[in-house]
Design a protein around this ligand. Structure first.
Ligand SMILES: Nc1ncnc2c1ncn2[C@@H]1O[C@H](COP(=O)(O)OP(=O)(O)OP(=O)(O)O)[C@@H](O)[C@H]1O
Length: 330
């Protein structure tokens, strides 16, 4: 099966100057992954591990000081194959919203604060949907019903709506053109638990109904367990584990993933959660070898010297850890 997006050996660094010295913050460092049609791919990892940078780079939302240093992102939509960095910004413009949409952190970013909501739908979707205005507005109204919003929101200004309504609007905007790929960065983190649950349920329903693929970023492992078909776990700019969500949760192989899962609160759990010692590394000067070794309970000499290959250890389950697989990156 052809993936909807194939990311190959992607490297994206923030190039910053401090006191005249250039520093490269290696936020995405040699990441490869594929997202298949009709699947929800979750991207997990603690704050600052590079999740947002990775999806910005996949969505082509790159602004200085972020620069792509190498690798490729290839989209396969509607019988076409588009190599994002070879094709250039014009090609990206032509697929945005229609084939690829991106829901950023915080819903206000996408809604124009000084214009009524209907203008946002007209600006983003009218030319892609190709219907005359009354029929287009009917399509939008029917789509809003999917995310449990009435047509009156179209006449409102964003500030007149609640956070949960704005978030559902952001999801409606991202899905109204039925794109093959939706990329969402922490779309529910700012919401209270009840609204979060309903928005997550709606994201899943809309995704299943449209048959789109979704890359869903959050540091919240409970959300991943609930929503995602497959899960990629990042640590310090690299993917360190990937597999079907149920396999990763039932048998995590990387000690970092084991820690993330063990940290989840559970009803009836009485043992206290042991914090992981140390802090994530400075990505301007990451440790040699496996980037997790300074915090790893299983660290061996090889972990301090060599980078573990991100290799398949069971069908569809990839891990970068010498305790699981002795192969190093060449
Ligand atoms: N504009 C910037 N300039 C320099 N470094 C940056 C910039 N933006 C992010 N970084 C660094 O890049 C690394 C990855 O950040 P990123 O936001 O991608 O992580 P994240 O996993 O999405 O975290 P969060 O969940 O907190 O958003 C961090 O070390 C961060 O400090």
């Amino acid at each position: 099966m052809t993936p909807v997006v194939a990311v190959n050996q992607l490297r994206a660094y923030y190039q910053t100057q401090q006191f005249g010295v250039q520093r490269d913050v290696r936020a995405v460092d040699d990441v490869s992954l594929q997202v298949m049609p009709n699947e929800i791919y979750g991207l997990a990892g603690e704050s600052s591990c590079g999740k947002s940078t990775l999806i910005k780079t996949i969505a082509g939302a790159i602004r200085p000081p972020l620069t792509v240093q190498g690798g490729s992102v290839v989209f396969n939509f509607a019988g076409q194959s588009l190599d994002l960095y070879k094709a250039g910004p014009q090609a990206l413009q032509s697929i945005r919203w229609k084939h690829l949409s991106y829901v950023m952190q915080g819903s206000m970013g996408v809604l124009n604060p000084v214009r009524r909501v209907r203008h946002s739908f007209i600006d983003f979707a009218f030319r892609h949907i190709g219907q005359p205005m009354p029929a287009f507005m009917e399509t939008v109204t029917q789509h809003l019903a999917r995310v449990k919003l009435g047509p009156e929101v179209l006449q409102a200004f964003p500030h007149e709506l609640s956070g949960g309504m704005r978030q559902r609007l952001a999801i409606a905007l991202a899905t109204v053109c039925k794109p093959e790929l939706i990329i969402a960065d922490e779309p529910t983190t700012a919401l209270d638990v009840i609204v979060q649950k309903s928005v997550l349920g709606m994201i899943r329903e809309v995704q299943r109904e449209l048959g789109s693929s979704l890359i869903f970023v959050t540091h919240d492992m409970a959300v991943h367990a609930h929503l995602c078909d497959r899960l990629g776990v990042m640590y310090a700019g690299r993917l360190i584990e990937e597999g079907a969500t149920k396999d990763v949760f039932s048998r995590p192989r990387h000690p970092y993933t084991t820690h993330l899962i063990a940290s989840l609160p559970r009803i009836g759990k009485t043992a206290s959660i042991k914090a992981l010692e140390g802090a994530p590394p400075n990505l301007a000067d990451p440790p040699k070898g496996c980037r997790f070794h300074p915090r790893c309970p299983l660290a061996m000499d090889v972990c301090r010297q060599q980078v573990p290959a991100f290799a398949e250890v069971a069908p569809g389950h990839r891990v970068a850890c010498f305790a699981v697989n002795p192969v190093a990156v060449e």
